[in-house]
Design a protein around this ligand. Structure first.
Ligand SMILES: [Zn+2]
Length: 316
């Protein structure tokens, strides 16, 4: 077991993006890694290199028809994968598949006991549904990781914790009736922001009714609002006792994001990551991975994601 934090980097995941003037540009990976280099964490980080996901791995969460559609539209290189948020740019299939592959590599490394903590920038594409793209997200790496943990490693009770400004609807509705997918999501109130879902009353359906935690926050909510809400996330996770934690730490919840309206600082991300590491140590044999998620102000995403990696390193 290495005490180093495993951080993924590579051109294949950097390529995930939609070009100017789309807010999800392909520069986000390099902006983050430049900031991480500056932070001088060289002796507590190890770099991991992505691989493409197999079709069978994508099919753990997505429908075969949808995977085919992405493949065909990526080759054609024009049109939209959804209703107008997610363009079918050339090569998007390979980039999206590499993002998934990086997350599955991280899961393997953590489950094999080589590392306790891993961070994958660009991943955390939480809007993609089982049969469709949505909100800049092609393949839902987090949803696939849940299914992969169950199939490959027999891990059932997985906590998905999302602090991106947007509700993680692809994960929530993908497991809405599954009581073993433990779900906690802080986000800007859906009455003011895409995708419009994630009301506090949405706690799961069927056997899962009452098992999931959605906490919508008013536009302008700041660090003190974050801290108040975070106490509820901690209490929830202590109650549900997960075996593995997947964090989605979108940086679009920081003040100054061009497409959202929350006003946190990167201290929120540092606090959430440190708290989740303590919970992972208590219930999950230390096992946690974090995915970068959204974040369209470059300075914010570089700082927030770097603080998450720093918290992971400090928590070893
Ligand atoms: Zn977002």
């Amino acid at each position: 077991m290495s005490d180093n934090v495993l951080v993924y980097r590579g051109e294949s995941i950097a390529a995930y993006g939609f070009g100017d003037p789309h807010p999800f540009g392909t520069d986000r990976h390099d902006v983050f890694h430049a900031e991480l280099d500056k932070a001088g964490l060289g002796d507590v980080i190890e770099y991991g290199h992505p691989r493409p996901a197999l079709v069978d791995e994508l099919a753990l969460f997505h429908t075969a028809d949808y995977i085919d559609k992405v493949s065909r539209m990526s080759a054609a290189g024009h049109g939209w994968l959804d209703e107008g948020d997610t363009p079918a740019v050339p090569g998007i299939y390979d980039a999206a598949s590499s993002v998934v592959g990086a997350v599955l590599c991280a899961v393997d490394e953590v489950m094999h006991g080589h590392h306790k903590r891993a961070f994958i920038p660009i991943a955390g594409l939480h809007h993609a549904a089982r049969a469709s793209a949505a909100g800049f997200c092609v393949f839902n790496d987090c949803g696939i990781a849940v299914e992969y943990l169950r199939k490959q490693f027999g891990i059932q009770r997985i906590a998905y914790v999302d602090i991106d400004a947007h509700h993680g609807d692809g994960v929530f509705y993908g497991f809405e009736d599954d009581p073993d997918l433990l779900f906690a999501d802080l986000h800007e109130d859906g009455r003011f922001l895409y995708p419009g879902t994630g009301a506090a009353e949405e706690t799961g359906t069927g056997r899962a009714r009452g098992t999931k935690l959605n906490i919508p926050l008013a536009p302008g909510a700041d660090d003190s609002d974050f801290h108040q809400a975070w106490k509820k996330v901690e209490a929830y996770l202590h109650a549900v006792r997960p075996q593995f934690i997947i964090m989605q730490c979108g940086a679009d919840s920081l003040e100054g994001d061009p497409i959202t309206h929350l006003s946190w600082s990167e201290e929120a991300h540092a606090h959430a990551a440190a708290s989740l590491c303590r919970l992972a140590d208590e219930y999950c044999e230390g096992r946690i991975i974090a995915t970068g998620g959204g974040g369209y102000n470059r300075r914010n995403l570089a700082r927030a994601w770097t603080r998450v990696v720093q918290s992971f390193a400090d928590s070893q």
